[in-house]
Write a protein that binds this ligand. Structure first.
Ligand code: NA7
Length: 533
């Protein structure tokens, strides 16, 4: 890459979104380069190497859909793929489609500044290289900006510490170590059973207990795989037709939880529980809308926890009391049973936050706990974090930080008024993290590529979201989410996990089919809501 390289498109990130974007744009004959801060492809799956890391969407569904050959030749081994297997898949895709020649690895973007005179973006990397491109696509991931809480004394800790989302590439030998895990979201719930098995002693610091459903992970049978492969396009179409871009056994039950007897309700919950996976939330039509129905599902899960954990007091401490599904629901393998082990201790920090990290460990309440290793399973500055780490400047020198100082206004989750010719894949305002993200990526990549191609054909140099379209989209998103229970608790969906972050539900909760139809309609109406010049 030479200084001042001029391109049609720069893609920031070479995770699953960046790779597909690069492939599609290159196929259309654009000059395009992807800039990736990691030393390899895979994004989330490159960084999240913690023990137990696994996808919570089934592997046959968590697969690229842009190449029939790829779909036919790749063989997933388990119902839910592990991080190493998904990373192997990402590398296979990079090799299979010869993507690496257009990816710059170890290259972190520092700034992206829009040149209003020439309608292009000037991108500067941390090593001082600058590139110019007509368009920029941010494929920087929704959960890629790791959040380590600011607790006094972290730099004084004598042991080792790491965040699940920035796990060291060398496996850690914890067999003789006293390990702490802070956080019981999806990453903590996946890591805890593995860390319990591989460390001398594990102490789990829990602030808010989460709901976890059994994954019932298992090897994939050859028959099931063959059946899907023989009908892959029908299978994909069925997934795309679902609210979350993923279909479940039993589908969405159209009945209200309030309209059936207790016995019938529990039978349905039990069937879904035994099937495994997040299809449990589709047991009844109103679990995410009516507090009474939701509480029935919550009660069922609490009973399961009580049945699993031997010590009743410990079981109560693990029982959540918030709305089910309001914070992202987790999938686990033996999470609750792990607390029956002699080498596992649970410490609730709900009423007594972690005050301080010391050279030997950490202090909560009036007690100091000593550790050799602290694992921060404390989540991410979701959806906006990775974008706001860069200095992105649009028209009149306005920065994205200024634009998003009180929220994250956007049009379709793809573009932002005042920031022409820049797109975001799975950005705030799109269904993204509420869906099977590979399906959402596919939809965004195709929409963006079609858009850029259409602009090239018509020799349009600049596309920018209009402020009225942006305001209406934000209003619509708020109206939709207000109908649900998603706003009934503090979650990373709403930015609540990051001190000082503006609060507001970020993903679009209207579902993938409605969202896809809206994006298609906008394109068909000559990019309605955008100014083309
Ligand atoms: P999450 O879901 O944001 O979970 C983070 C956890 O860390 C959660 O239990 C937090 O408790 C806890 N936390 C955060 N800060 C602290 C402090 N200071 N003290 C104690 N506990 C703390 O992140 P994950 O990585 O697990 O999952 C993110 C997504 O990645 C997941 O949904 C999947 O889509 C993949 P809190 O609930 O805030 O009280």
């Amino acid at each position: 890459m030479t200084k001042d390289t001029k391109l049609d498109v720069i893609v920031v990130g070479a995770g699953f979104a960046g790779m597909q974007m690069l492939y599609r744009l290159r196929g259309l004959g654009f000059s395009v380069r992807a800039l990736e801060s990691g030393d390899g492809v895979g994004g989330t799956w490159f960084w999240n190497r913690y023990p137990g890391a696994r996808c919570d969407v089934e592997s046959m569904q968590y697969s690229y859909q842009f190449s029939e050959e790829l779909q036919q030749e790749w063989d997933w081994t388990e119902r839910y793929a592990t991080q190493p297997e998904i990373l192997r898949y990402a590398n296979h895709v990079a090799d299979r489609f010869d993507l690496r020649r257009d990816i710059e690895f170890g290259c972190r973007v520092a700034s992206a500044i829009f040149d209003e005179e020439d309608n292009h973006w000037c991108i500067t990397t941390e090593d001082g290289t600058s590139l110019v491109a007509r368009f920029c696509v941010m494929a920087t991931g929704s959960l890629s900006s790791a959040a380590v809480p600011e607790i006094d004394g972290l730099d004084t800790f004598n042991g080792q510490y790491c965040h699940t989302g920035e796990w060291p590439t060398q496996a850690l030998d914890l067999s003789t170590k006293r390990v702490a895990v802070i956080g019981t979201g999806s990453s903590g719930i996946q890591a805890i059973p593995e860390l319990a098995r591989t460390s001398a002693h594990l102490t789990v610091f829990q602030r808010t207990p989460g709901y976890s459903l059994p994954a019932h992970n298992a090897p994939l049978s050859q028959e099931a795989v063959t059946e899907i492969k023989n009908n892959y396009s029908t299978f994909c179409a069925a997934n795309k037709a679902e609210w979350g871009g993923v279909s479940y056994p039993g589908g969405m039950n159209a009945t209200s939880a309030l309209d059936v007897s207790e016995a019938e309700r529990n039978r349905e919950f039990e069937t879904r529980w035994e099937t495994g996976g997040v299809g449990f939330l589709s047991s009844f039509s109103d679990l995410l809308f009516l507090p009474e129905s939701n509480e029935m599902a919550a009660r069922f899960i609490r009973e399961k926890i009580r049945a699993e954990v031997n010590d009743p007091e410990l079981a109560e401490a693990l029982c959540p009391d918030v709305v089910v599904g309001c914070k992202r629901i987790c999938l686990d393998t033996e999470y609750y049973a792990t607390f029956n082990r002699d080498n596992v201790t649970l410490v609730s920090v709900k009423d007594q936050p972690i005050e301080k990290i010391t050279p030997k460990g950490l202090i909560t309440g009036d007690q100091e706990y000593e550790f050799d290793c602290i694992v921060f399973a404390t989540g991410f500055d979701a959806m906006t974090g990775a974008l706001l780490k860069m200095d992105i400047q649009g028209r009149n020198g306005q920065t994205l930080q200024q634009k998003w100082s009180e929220g994250a206004p956007n049009y379709l989750g793809l573009c932002v008024h005042g920031f022409p010719n820049i797109f975001s894949i799975c950005g705030p305002g799109s269904p993204s993290v509420l869906t099977n993200v590979l399906v959402s990526i596919d939809q965004h990549v195709n929409w963006i590529a079609d858009c850029i191609e259409s602009l090239r054909e018509r020799q349009v140099q600049c596309i920018e979201a209009e402020s009225t379209a942006e305001a209406l989209w934000v209003e619509h998103g708020n109206e939709i989410v207000d109908l649900t229970l998603f706003t009934a608790c503090n979650s990373w969906y709403a930015g609540a996990n990051i001190p000082g972050k503006p609060q507001g539900f970020m993903p679009y909760a209207g579902g993938l089919p409605a969202y896809t139809a809206k994006c298609a309609e906008v394109a068909a109406n000559n990019y309605e809501g955008f100014k083309l010049s």
